[in-house]
Design a protein around this ligand. Structure first.
Ligand SMILES: [Zn+2]
Ligand SMILES: [Zn+2]
Length: 221
């Protein structure tokens, strides 16, 4: 059975990273599989599915079209540089990061799971640091509440530090790691305003605590 379109994105990124961050989709991996073949094996596609043509009479198979759609998503999200002569290539910063990931060299079955976990963490931080959306979030909260208090402990940088702390807070991306996907835009409600201490505590344990869970852990003194 064909996977959902967006489920192809991370495994495709994995296949590109495994090939050193630069590959043509027809290049072979250590098992002699092209990117299309390796992903077809990953999703257990039948031979018939693998060869199925698109209904609009294109030369490409439906499967190739799906993988190309995922490639476009990776490009839109800033993982890939624009393709040159059919070569798909990671951007410098993602290549440096992904090439250091353990598990990419081996061919074991758990490697994709490890990869997805690490990638999700990275995406989480990446989205929290996305300056444009966190700025909009803080502006929106300030405008509607008049303050930027930590949603866990109510700490206010402005109250504690005066003008130095005005308009300062961190943002935590609340979508759980397991549900975080490439290709999914960050909305203002995905972000929670938190102080630096609470943010560190949220990320101290796995799975990460929710805002409510951390609030429940605060000791009454
Ligand atoms: Zn706090
Ligand atoms: Zn966070």
């Amino acid at each position: 059975m064909f996977p959902k379109y967006e489920d192809v994105i991370t495994p495709l990124l994995f296949e590109i990273a495994k090939r050193g961050g630069r590959t043509a989709p027809t290049d072979r991996d250590g098992l002699g599989r092209s990117v299309y073949d390796a992903l077809a094996v990953h999703f257990s596609l039948s031979q018939e599915e693998r060869e199925r043509r698109t209904s609009d009479g294109e030369q490409r198979s439906f499967w190739e079209k799906m993988v190309r759609w995922a490639r476009q998503k990776l490009y839109d999200d800033g993982f890939l540089v624009p393709p040159v002569r059919g070569v798909w290539q990671l951007t410098g910063s993602w290549n440096a990061y992904l090439s250091e990931m353990p598990g990419l060299q081996s061919q074991g079955g758990d490697e994709l799971v490890v990869f997805e976990g690490r990638l999700c963490e990275r995406l989480h931080r990446f989205r929290e640091r996305s300056a444009r959306v966190t700025k909009r979030k803080k502006q929106w909260v300030l405008k509607s509440l008049g303050r930027l208090d930590c949603e866990v402990c109510r700490f206010s940088f402005q109250d504690r530090y005066g003008p130095l702390g005005s308009n300062f807070a961190e943002c935590h991306h609340r979508i759980p790691l397991s549900e975080l996907r490439t290709g999914q835009p960050t909305t203002l409600s995905d972000l929670a305003v938190v102080c630096a201490n609470c943010h560190r505590m949220i990320h101290r344990v796995r799975p990460w605590l929710t805002i409510d869970e951390l609030r429940g852990r605060i000791q009454r003194t």
